[in-house]
Design a protein around this ligand. Structure first.
Ligand SMILES: [Zn+2]
Length: 281
């Protein structure tokens, strides 16, 4: 390793600048969302078996709630525009805008060229957790999804119940196509209820047992018509290992909630990004 230059301390003391200040984003009308959620009626419920995934539809202006049932469990969430699977959740830009972990008031953004809110977090029963002494927090957009390719790379095994495969099977069943055809639509997830961070000494991605308990939930407003898919991660609470059948694993539940007519007055589906796509060409 190279020696520190004489002015190393000065260079390291440069002031951090937030890359993407969000003050110019339209404000999130959380109170209006919460009021609408308070009177919303359950319009559907999907149960996700351990080490499986299910798809669900949420119309724009309705809510969906992911709930822990039976035991601590992490879920891997994918979102697509219901009528155009090429518009899908962009975890990297969501991270750049809102931080490594998301909670109440954060929005889940779609990929280029759309880059608009797909969903907004309205309530989060784990918002008390904050950032722990290991630097860990809940609901991350830093992990990708557990997948059989990385598992094979690191261990040489063939394992088929990783979230990537669960999401692939669920989407294939929804579309009525082969798994190989559905697979390219599966993307980096929101890790619902997962507690993660980066180690301070090596900067490596870590996970620790999720603080979620049965009954805890996170609730989103669908800003556009959504197709969602949620996998009950084979890691269970992700306190020991994933990509295997070793960890105790529990179901998850998704509830679709329809607000009373007129209760979201003033809300409008966000339009696609206004960049003209000229790219200077
Ligand atoms: Zn997983």
């Amino acid at each position: 390793m190279k020696m520190d230059p004489d002015d190393a301390a000065t260079r390291r003391a440069a002031r951090p600048v937030i890359c993407y200040p969000t003050v110019t984003l339209p404000p999130v009308p959380l109170e209006a969302y919460r009021t609408a959620l308070a009177d919303a009626e359950i319009a559907g419920r999907v149960r996700i078996a351990p080490r499986e995934a299910e798809t669900f539809r949420v119309p724009a202006g309705a809510f969906f709630r992911v709930r822990s049932v039976e035991g601590p469990q992490v879920g891997d969430l994918n979102l697509w525009a219901a009528d155009d699977l090429s518009e899908r959740f962009y975890s990297g830009k969501t991270r750049a805008l809102h931080g490594t972990h998301v909670s109440t008031g954060a929005r889940l953004w779609s990929c280029f060229p759309h880059l608009r809110p797909m969903a907004t977090i309205v309530e989060d029963d784990l918002d008390w957790y904050g950032i722990d002494s290991d630097g860990g927090s809940v609901h991350d957009v830093i992990g990708t999804r557990c997948d059989p390719y990385t598992a094979h790379l690191l261990s040489g095994r063939q394992y088929h119940a990783c979230c990537h495969s669960n999401l692939t099977r669920a989407l294939a069943a929804h579309l009525g196509c082969a798994a190989t055809e559905a697979e390219p639509h599966v993307h980096d997830v929101l890790n619902v209820f997962m507690c993660t961070g980066f180690t301070r000494d090596t900067g490596q991605y870590f996970m620790k047992a999720s603080p979620v308990r049965p009954g805890d939930a996170i609730t989103f407003l669908a800003e556009i018509d959504l197709l969602g898919a949620l996998s009950a991660c084979p890691g269970g609470d992700c306190g020991s290992e994933h990509s295997s059948d070793a960890a105790p694993c529990h179901p998850l539940e998704v509830e679709i909630l329809r607000p009373a007519p007129g209760s979201l007055a003033g809300w409008a589906e966000p339009s696609r990004n206004g960049y003209d796509r000229g790219h200077g060409a």
